[in-house]
Design a protein around this ligand. Structure first.
Ligand SMILES: Cc1cc2nc3c(=O)[nH]c(=O)nc-3n(C[C@H](O)[C@H](O)[C@H](O)COP(=O)(O)O)c2cc1C
Length: 166
């Protein structure tokens, strides 16, 4: 089983979710590549493709959108998508962006999940700090590793069901 995980982020939270998914996939015996979106070319040799993006001001990052559009023009394996964004773990509507909806549609993705992220105010650029200050959001680490690992296991279960004996 060969899986490609490709994510876009600015400050490491999305990449850390990707690494955790890759760890689960590897632990369960899959062969995993983790690549930046701009380095992804041929995806036909993979059994699954996971694409993720951090959410900034309600949008996926452009490099993730570009990957989605590129892959939609290629022969591609089943796709799973995730967004990394909200900074609250509860009492908040799921932050579904139009970019994620577009990606689900053009890639006929199996599923899209939104995971809570992380924000360290010290690491923000001046512009980001201004947007953050006016948003009312709270800085902190809201990553939920159990949800992330469970989703990775769901993906593996789905792939194994599609490919008996893998
Ligand atoms: C300027 C700014 C704007 C943000 N806008 C959103 C947003 O619209 N929706 C959301 O869910 N999270 C938003 N976030 C939170 C980030 O998506 C979150 O911190 C994420 O984990 C960042 O991932 P990264 O470290 O991979 O870049 C914003 C954060 C910053 C600093």
């Amino acid at each position: 089983m060969k899986i490609l995980v490709s994510t876009a982020g600015r400050h490491g939270a999305t990449a850390s979710l990707a690494q955790e998914m890759a760890r689960v996939f590897q632990h369960e015996g899959a062969d995993v590549d983790v690549r930046t979106p701009d380095s992804v070319d041929d995806v036909s040799r993979y059994d699954a493709l996971i694409i993720g993006s951090a959410v900034y001001s309600g949008r996926w990052l452009p490099v993730a959108n570009k990957l989605v559009n590129r892959v939609s023009g290629m022969e591609h394996p089943p796709v799973w998508l995730f967004s990394c964004g909200p900074l609250h773990s509860s009492n908040r509507p799921v932050n579904d962006t139009s970019d994620a909806a577009h990606a689900v549609s053009v890639l006929t993705a199996i599923s899209h999940r939104t995971f809570t992220g992380k924000l360290d105010a010290e690491r923000l650029s001046v512009g980001e700090r201004q947007i953050f200050a006016s948003s009312g959001a709270v800085a902190g680490d809201f990553r939920d590793w159990v949800l992330v690992c469970n989703w990775a296991r769901e993906i593996l279960a789905c792939l194994t069901a599609k490919k008996p004996g893998a």
